[in-house]
Design a protein around this ligand. Sequence first.
Ligand code: PGA
Length: 256
Amino acid sequence: MTLGTKLVAGNWKMNGLRADGSALARELAEQMVAQGAGFGCELLVCPPATLLSDVGRILAGTGIFLGGQDCHAASKGPYTGEISAEMLVDLGCTHVILGHSERRHGYGETDQVVQDKVMGAWRAGLMSIVCVGETQQQRQAGEAVEVVSTQLVGSIPNGAIPSLLVVAYEPVWAIGTGLTATSEDITAMHTEIRARIPPGARILYGGSVNPKNAAAILGLAEVDGALVGGASLSAEDFRAIAGCVRVNAATLADES
Ligand code: PGA
């Protein structure tokens, strides 16, 4: 049984010029105000680094958290093009996504690289969202649990700080494809993950989460929230996904 507040996080990836990002952030901010008591969950948006400053300013005071999509392990130095965790904090970030499959597979990020980045994020006080997930080939070969387990062991530093750790289970084959894992597979994998991480750390599901499937996914007891890519670029879809948390909570209350 999962206790605690669910987290619905939006990963905007490399999308949006300043005008688009500001417009989306303003829509999100207005929705939060209209919602009054909030969504019954935590909301986080992770825009491209170029938009963090503008989006942060617009979301200030709304209760929506701001996060980066990556950071470097070091706090500063000769790392052209990189951004440190301290720089993210400086822009108002509280979270950072690390080890996303697009970075593991597209840029060859190893578990050790991810672990070093998690250490950097914790040094700066950022909540790390550590992404793990198997490819379709690995799942078909029956290796999904082994792959995810190896990623967890390699990517999460010893002495992990549960309050600063979120794991996102994102099957690679489900990201941006419209395919989602079955409820049974999500529950099974989250249970495996929970047995391998410190108590208190949250586990999100990610991979083609949208307003149609969110209620079923967020209703699973083992799911502590969602990491949303494509659908987070629409304020309406993001609101609809977040709204599923409250619907589920109400349903649970009715059943008890
Ligand atoms: P998606 O992306 O929702 O577009 O599948 C999820 C992610 O990459 O975090």
